[in-house]
Write a protein that binds this ligand. Structure first.
Ligand code: CAO
Length: 414
């Protein structure tokens, strides 16, 4: 079976997390991803190492299905190799600090002159504006993109989330931009620049909070937030704890075992169309017709009472039992699953979302496979490359002889 991006060559100058997330997705969709690393390699090969001398899980889990070439792009000979690679590939992806590609001598104009069809895709911390020259990491983006100010509890500080929305979230945005630019190129014949700024991507993922900012401006309160009806609202969207981000109120409730198991919890949504079923399951039949509870409007001022009654029931069930019973009644809910539980989840393993990967140095490890499933482009997850594993192979493809490769090696260009 072929794959969606067969024939597309990616010159992958990405490092750390945001860019590698993007190019890994493109590789899973079939692109040939050539990862260019400075002779010491991507810094994450050595970060958070769990086995001495072996590529870290940080690196392996972000660089599957790629080829690796080492190249000192600041040397004269390295720049010549890079010129050929620019001519050989369809897309250059980078997430250097602002200006690094230009300083390397590969400005957009130069790249276009070398290969007018090339798409140049970049992750930066910030788009044009006062911060465009600033470096950025995950949590900087979460803070600058609006996620941290709206995450956490009302009486606590801003919080960052474990989901890497700044890095991996931006990588996803960039991958979509690249695929769109490739599609547009089929009509125009020309490349273009694609920019995904981490601040913009986080804000895009937080768009419901910008919605709430405007609702707050019009109404002075947000009636599905935990601050309503007894707390105070200021002029900015407050932290909403575990309140649902949508039109159906929800929260996290305790389940059986919560005293000792930090993950014995369930997310419960008091969805209006199944209010009657909710009342029946939790043993509050009187609320089905009680005017104080029977409409979504009436319930907004009593959500504390509603969720306390829900919890009085869920606390008698494990999260899995509660999930099964509630779903029998079509009531939306979700267990709080730990990484340990997810790692052992049979369904996730069966559908390729959790995969076991064989690595020559570390043995078998677990990874997250491609979460995007295409019926006619199936992903086979292959291990990440060792540093420079494909240097000779790639240089041969772009016309270097063994003698020329030997010369590059002896001068430490590769
Ligand atoms: N050969 C020779 N030099 C190379 C090279 C190669 N193959 N690849 C990179 N370099 C050089 C660059 O040219 C740059 O040199 P100059 O600063 O002299 O121009 C240098 O390596 C450092 O690159 P960098 O600026 O990207 O790395 P950094 O450690 O200073 O910054 C980071 C890291 C992540 C803060 C920065 O790259 C950044 O802000 N990137 C954009 C936002 C981003 O993606 N952040 C997410 C990171 S994941 O949490």
């Amino acid at each position: 079976m072929g794959r969606a991006l067969d024939g597309v060559r990616i010159l992958d100058f990405t490092h750390v997390q945001s860019g590698p997330t993007c190019t890994q997705l493109l590789a899973w969709l079939g692109a040939d991803v050539i990862k260019v690393e400075k002779p010491g390699g991507d810094i994450t090969r050595q970060q958070l190492r769990d086995i001495p001398g072996v590529d870290s899980l940080y690196f392996t889990m972000l660089n599957h299905n790629k080829r690796s070439i080492t190249l000192d792009t600041k040397s004269v000979d390295g720049k010549q190799v890079l010129e050929r690679l620019v001519q050989y590939c369809d897309v250059l992806v980078e997430n250097f600090a602002p200006g690094a590609l230009d300083r390397m001598g590969f400005s957009w104009n130069r790249i276009q002159a070398l290969n007018p069809r090339m798409i140049v895709a970049s992750v930066k911390g910030f788009g044009p504006g006062p911060y465009e020259e600033c470096k950025a990491y995950e949590n900087i983006a979460q803070c600058a993109g609006g996620a941290a100010s709206t995450t956490g509890f009302d009486d606590g500080p801003p919080l960052v989330t474990g989901a890497q929305i700044g890095d991996s979230g931006t990588g996803l945005h960039l991958a979509l931009g690249i695929v769109a630019a490739l599609y547009q190129r089929t009509a125009t014949g020309h490349g273009q620049r694609v920019l995904a700024a981490m601040q913009d991507s986080v804000l895009n993922l937080c768009r419901v909070k910008l919605r709430d900012q405007q609702r707050l401006g019009h109404q002075g309160v947000l009636r599905e937030y935990p601050q309503y009806p007894h707390g105070r609202f200021g002029s900015a969207v407050p932290r909403s704890a575990n309140a649902s981000g949508g039109g159906q109120p929800g929260t996290i409730v305790k389940c059986k075992g919560w005293e000792t198991d930090p993950n014995a919890y369930l997310y419960f949504i008091a969805q209006a169309p199944v209010w009657q079923q909710i009342c029946q399951v939790i043993g509050r039949e009187a609320w089905i017709s009680d005017p104080a509870f029977c409409t979504p409007e009436a319930r907004l001022a009593r959500l504390d009472e509603v969720f306390a009654a829900v919890e009085a029931w869920t606390i008698t069930q494990t999260k899995y039992e509660a999930m099964a019973i509630l779903n029998e009644h079509d009531i939306p809910c979700g267990p709080i699953l730990s990484m340990q539980e997810l790692a052992n989840d049979a369904a996730l393993r069966a559908n390729g979302t959790i995969v076991e990967v064989e690595h020559p140095q570390r043995g078998t490890y677990l990874s997250v496979g491609n979460p995007i499933k295409l019926s006619a482009s199936v992903t086979q997850v292959r291990r990440s490359p060792l540093l420079g594993e494909h240097t000779e192979e790639i240089l041969t493809e772009i016309g270097y002889t063994s003698a020329a490769i030997g010369a590059l090696r002896s001068t430490k260009v590769i």
